[in-house]
Design a protein around this ligand. Structure first.
Ligand code: HEM
Length: 459
């Protein structure tokens, strides 16, 4: 995995950028959109653990998959390496410029502190029963003996879960129109234009006729619905409520000013988007890996019987479902839904023994690091045992990114995935539809398995 010596144009101390693919930036971007994992694997084979890629209108990006370099990225002063600035050109038009994902500096730290509590500790545990009930309702709908697509089913579950976290547990009246509008937007991410919705140069409205135009219309509808809900909460008060929307409505800055409607909308849209699409795609990948493996399924079922018994899975069971946890981690290693996470250098910075100039982007390459044969023997094999009895290193395994910007919902997503999988695998017997081979597809910014993962339920 070391960079071939003849390809290293820069010695330590120089600020020239490392070599990388030489195709035009637009070609590099389109190739990534078509084969997100394949392109990263090809580049790692050709250039090793550090190379430079280019995309139209964006700064050059130096990609790293060496744990020392990843550590440098995640432990750097966040004021020197800006995550928001790096993601802005891609995500700004998609999720809004006031989103936590795009903020840097003091405002990022303040809003992160504000958004953290509902997704951790006791507040998160409250959702255990709700997640189980939402999963049960979905399972009840699944046909026996006929193929159906399991990825959309996972999306429906994770969307309902995050809607309840954002709006409160008992707010079906507020949830229904939001759910309908988000599902309309999601359908755009399923069509042939899906990979291109995240590409800045292709984000053109064309009078509402282009895929991007239709996405913008969905966002406008959602903004109107959320605005009505915000107005209602402001008028009736939020006493006793612990949901994200109420917290944001009550939040005040140092001068005592509330968040503007635009700020509120962008944060809610971020949580709704980041909080469900990623989790649903991760669950969909898990089925791709475990359904063809009776040995893995048997161990999951045996552990479930031992820890949970015949009753429903409860939050207190989860820490003891160690094999299921290893299955989820191995899925995130082999098929991470986010292939990389990026930062923009605000000042010249030394990363992985290279001096890089201000103004470039750097990427911690999740996919490439997770596939290094020197870190993960037989890296293409799905082997949950790798994660049993060990704590993975944060710079060799980082599906949720790292440092001060590590995914805000990592604990929540892991909790939710365990409850959903435990419930599905205890109640059903699924197998992949005959002839189905998953291939990775870019859905705007996450990588999901192709064709919605058709499965057949035998029980
Ligand atoms: C399996 C599911 C998920 C995966 C794989 C995932 C992955 C990621 C990654 C890679 C990042 C970038 C971290 C970095 O830059 O170092 C991130 C950030 C973020 N995620 Fe997640 N995520 C998941 C679920 C969730 C959920 C459930 C929420 C809902 C609360 C969420 C909310 C966020 C937010 C708000 C950020 C921005 C954090 C910041 O910039 O400070 N994610 N996620």
């Amino acid at each position: 995995m070391a960079t071939p010596a003849h390809r290293v144009p820069v010695e330590t101390g120089s600020s020239e950028l490392p070599l990388g693919p030489t195709a035009w930036p637009i070609v590099q971007l389109l190739r990534y959109a078509r084969r997100p994992y394949g392109v990263m694997a090809d580049a790692a084979r050709e250039f090793g653990s550090c190379y430079t890629v280019r995309a139209p209108g964006l700064p050059a990006m130096v990609v790293f998959s060496d744990p020392d370099a990843i550590k440098d990225i995640f432990t750097a002063d966040p004021d020197a390496l800006h995550g928001g600035e790096a993601q802005g050109p891609f995500l700004g038009p998609l999720i809004g410029w006031n989103s936590l994902l795009l903020l840097d500096g003091a405002r990022h730290r303040r809003e992160r502190r504000l958004l953290m509590p509902p997704f951790h500790g006791e507040r998160m545990q409250v959702y255990g029963r709700v997640i189980r009930e939402i999963a049960d309702r979905a399972i009840d709908r699944w046909p026996v003996g006929r193929p159906f697509r399991v990825h959309p089913e996972m999306q429906a579950i994770t969307l309902d879960v995050i809607l309840r976290a954002v709006f409160g547990l008992d707010e079906e009246r507020a949830l229904a129109p939001v759910r309908e509008t988000i599902q309309r937007a999601l359908r755009l991410f399923e069509g042939p234009s899906a990979p291109f919705l995240g590409i800045p140069v292709l984000q053109r409205e064309l009078g509402g006729l282009s895929p991007w135009g239709r996405f913008v219309r969905c966002k406008r509808d959602l903004r109107r619905i959320l605005h009505e809900e915000i107005t209602r909460r402001r008028a009736h008060g939020t006493a006793g409520r612990t949901d994200v929307l109420s917290m944001l409505v009550d939040a005040r800055d140092e001068d005592g000013a509330p968040m503007t409607d635009d700020e509120l909308f962008d944060e809610m849209f971020t949580i709704l988007g980041a909080g469900h699409e990623t989790t649903a795609s991760s669950l969909a990948w898990t089925f791709c890996h475990i359904l063809p493996r009776p040995d893995v399924l048997d161990r999951i079922v045996a552990e479930h019987a031992h820890v949970v018994g015949d009753g429903p899975v409860e939050p207190e069971h989860l820490p003891r479902l160690e094999y299921l946890d290893a299955v989820i981690k191995e899925t995130a290693r082999l098929t991470p839904v986010a292939t990389q996470t990026t930062r923009h250098l605000m000042v010249p910075t030394r990363i992985g023994r290279r001096d890089l100039p201000a103004g470039v982007n750097v990427s911690a390459a999740i996919y490439a690091t997770h596939h290094r044969a020197d870190l993960w023997p037989d890296p293409e094999r799905f082997d949950p045992d790798r994660f049993l009895g060990t704590r993975p290193e944060p710079y060799t395994f980082f599906p949720f990114g790292g440092g001060e910007r590590r995914c805000l919902g990592a604990a929540f997503a892991s909790f939710e995935m365990k409850v959903v999988l435990a419930q599905v695998l205890a109640r059903t017997r699924l197998r992949l539809a005959p002839g189905y081979r998953p291939s990775p597809m870019l859905r705007a910014i996450t990588v999901a398995p192709s064709k919605g993962v058709p499965v057949i339920r035998d029980r």
